[in-house]
Design a binder for this molecule. Structure first.
Ligand SMILES: [Ca+2]
Ligand SMILES: [Ca+2]
Length: 183
C-alpha cells in the first residue's frame, strides 16, 4: 500500500510538471512555485526568502533573444513598470539589467540603482533560461515593491539580443495577475 501511494505521488508530481512547464532546459534550482506564462513558449519559477526578504526567479523562454519580467501596478498596468531584462550573448555570457518603463516606450536602464541581479543563464535548443533575484522592496523609486497578495506580473521577449538596445516586443508581451508572495 505504501509503495502504491508513493508511486501515485511520484506520478502526480510528474504529471503536474508536464502540465505546467514545457521548457527543455532543467532549471538551475528547485523552486516553491512555477507557472506556464505562455503554453510551449514561457515558463516561470520562483521562491521567496522570507528571512532575507528577497525573491529568486527563473524564466525560460523559447527564444535566443532578450527576455524580460516586470512588476506593474494594478491601477496603471501600461505605465510605470519595473522591469528586469536579460539575454545570453553568442559566447554564452549572461547580461541582466534593471530597467523601468513609463508607458509605451523603450524601457530604460535605471539611472539610480541596479536592483535586479542576473545569477546564471544559458541557451539551449532555441530556449533561453535565466535565474535572477531582487529584494522584495528595493527602496529605489525606479522599482516597484513586490507586496504580499496579488501582483501584476508583466512578461515580454524579443527574437534577437539587444544591438545596441532591445527591439520592440510587438505582441510578445503579456500581463498576468497572480500572487508572487504569500507569507
Ligand atoms: Ca532599481
Ligand atoms: Ca527598475
Amino acid at each position: 500500500m505504501k509503495i502504491l501511494v508513493s508511486i501515485s505521488i511520484v506520478f502526480l508530481q510528474f504529471a503536474s510538471i508536464i502540465e505546467c512547464t514545457s521548457s527543455p532546459i532543467q532549471p538551475f534550482a528547485t523552486y516553491r512555485n512555477e507557472t506556464e506564462l505562455i503554453e510551449n513558449v514561457a515558463d516561470l519559477w520562483w521562491t521567496v526568502d522570507d528571512v532575507r526578504m528577497e525573491i529568486t526567479f527563473e524564466l525560460h523562454v523559447r527564444t535566443t533573444g532578450w527576455i524580460a519580467l516586470g512588476i506593474g501596478l494594478a491601477e496603471d498596468v501600461t505605465n510605470n513598470a519595473d522591469i528586469g531584462i536579460g539575454w545570453i550573448d553568442t559566447n554564452g555570457k549572461l547580461y541582466f539589467e534593471d530597467r523601468h518603463s513609463s508607458g509605451f516606450v523603450l524601457p530604460i536602464k535605471d539611472p539610480t540603482t541596479q536592483d535586479w541581479f542576473g545569477l546564471q543563464g544559458q541557451e539551449e535548443n532555441n530556449w533561453t533560461a535565466i535565474q535572477f533575484k531582487r529584494a522584495l522592496d528595493t527602496k529605489d523609486n525606479m522599482d516597484l515593491p513586490i507586496q504580499s497578495g496579488t501582483n501584476v506580473v508583466l512578461f515580454a521577449y524579443g527574437l534577437i539580443d539587444p544591438n545596441p538596445d532591445i527591439t520592440y516586443h510587438e505582441d510578445r508581451r503579456i500581463t498576468r495577475m497572480f500572487p508572487l508572495w504569500k507569507p
